[in-house]
Design a protein around this ligand. Structure first.
Ligand SMILES: [Zn+2]
Length: 242
């Protein structure tokens, strides 16, 4: 688990460096990859050895090597903050790869959204749109059974905020409504009955107790071969078949 948390922190440091670029360039419609990182004062390209997350800022004593102007503390703070956030996600979801990936990706979208919102008072569609698509794609790939809950939570959260926006338009914008939908898509959890059914060790009164599902193909095979599993033995149909 320590290795996963350390790796998440390392990824966070590197990703945080890129998120600084996203937050600076996306609102201006600039490319996120070209040109290379440069000093906002003199425009000199930042050399690779001066672009090491957090450490370069400390080593250069928060000043540009070319012009000597101060470099904002926001850069290392975003890098360190991303590392801490990803490490926290890894610590909480170390045993659940699907939630770990969903949580980490959400962090990587939320940080530039928060920075750009603070700078411009806008949450760009260029982030909320890809975030929603990514949440749906990752949910389908990693935890398809939880997809209905995620879609419902996303729609419900967006609808709730949309009603709030209609009631008090000065309080928020459509960016907040879309962000609420994104949060629902990423953070939805199974209904209590479904999570109980998943964690219940014995026969559940959920889907397994219905006549059609009490006889899954696996249990049928086990009955025929005489190697009955506990759940198959519990099934009344299995007992009758013997
Ligand atoms: Zn400079």
């Amino acid at each position: 688990m320590t290795a996963v948390i350390s790796l998440a922190a390392l990824v966070g440091l590197v990703a945080g460096s890129f998120l600084n670029v996203v937050a600076a360039r996306l609102p201006k419609g600039m490319s996120l990859v070209r040109p290379r990182s440069q000093c906002p004062h003199c425009g000199i390209a930042v050399r690779p050895q001066d672009n090491v997350p957090v450490l370069s800022w400390l080593w250069l004593r928060a000043r540009c090597r070319g012009c000597g102007e101060r470099i904002s503390a926001r850069y290392p703070l975003v890098e360190a903050g991303t590392a801490v956030a990803l490490a926290a996600v890894a610590a909480v979801h170390a045993g659940d790869p699907a939630q770990l990936v969903l949580g980490a990706v959400l962090v990587l979208f939320l940080i530039p959204m928060a920075l750009i919102d603070a700078d411009t008072r806008l949450i760009p569609n260029a982030l909320t749109g890809p975030a929603a698509i990514t949440a749906i794609a990752l949910g389908l790939a990693l935890d398809p059974s939880g997809q209905p809950e995620r879609l419902i939570a996303g729609a419900a959260a967006a609808a709730f905020f949309f009603v709030a926006l209609l009631a008090y338009p000065a309080g928020m914008g459509m960016g907040d409504v879309k962000l609420a939908g994104v949060l629902g898509l990423f953070l939805a959890r199974p209904w209590p009955s479904r999570s109980w059914s998943r964690s219940s060790p014995g026969p559940s009164w959920g889907w397994r107790s219905s006549p059609a599902s009490a006889w899954p193909p696996g249990a049928r095979r086990r009955c025929r071969s005489g190697r009955s599993s506990p759940s198959a033995a519990w099934s009344p149909s299995c007992a009758a078949r013997r």
